[in-house]
Design a protein. Structure first.
Length: 197
């Protein structure tokens, strides 16, 4: 398959990829990573199973491709005018994403897949790098406004702010309240202002 075929906008290849991606996301939402099969994705997408196997190879390939496409989607980076509001909104956005009945199971399945598959882990890492880069804009704006020291690591501020959400959800298996999200943002901000990050 040539690159022209893969990249041709609106072509058959793009339609097949979109159908398989949508089927993968739907299967993840309904059955999680453990219940994801190439056969079910093929049936749901209307794409022949041999085509799915040839192009994606495995469940891990389906996950990796869905994450690659998700990485390219826009992320609603807040701009409240202050780092306090921006960082709080980012952490709340992550929290509510996992609470959402439609997107939450898919996001959780991506994390579960990354724990079980090196390919999925690489794809999730690339996804997070893209999200952190987009979100780091709030830190850069804060530096420009004089709210944070110039030497602050913008990506690290984002990582430290959202890490407690992932810890509570996937390690401690605890609910994450809005207060928890706000406290995580405040702790990351305090560390950034103190020069720790």
């Amino acid at each position: 398959m040539s690159l022209e075929t893969v990249k041709r906008p609106g072509g058959r290849s793009a339609r097949v990829r979109d159908a398989v991606r949508q089927a993968t996301l739907a299967e993840l939402a309904e059955h999680g990573f453990r219940g994801l099969t190439v056969e079910n994705v093929a049936e749901r997408s209307g794409v022949h199973k041999t085509t799915v196997y040839r192009r994606w190879g495995s469940v891990e390939g389906l996950i990796s491709d869905a994450l690659e496409l998700a990485r390219e989607e826009p992320w609603p980076v807040p701009d409240t005018g202050s780092i306090d509001g921006d960082l709080r909104d980012i952490v709340r956005l992550v929290r509510t994403g996992f609470d959402d009945p439609e997107t939450g199971p898919v996001a959780s399945a991506f994390v579960a897949a990354a724990m079980q598959s090196p390919d999925a882990a690489r794809a999730l890492h690339a996804f997070f790098l893209a999200r952190h880069e987009q979100s780091a804009a709030v830190v850069r704006r804060a530096v420009a406004r004089g709210e944070l020291p110039a030497a602050v690591d913008a990506h690290e501020v984002i990582r430290v702010a959202i890490a407690p959400v992932y810890y509570r959800l996937f390690v401690a298996h605890e609910p994450v309240t809005e207060r928890d999200a706000d406290r995580a943002a405040a702790a990351a901000l305090a560390a950034a202002r103190a020069g720790v990050l």
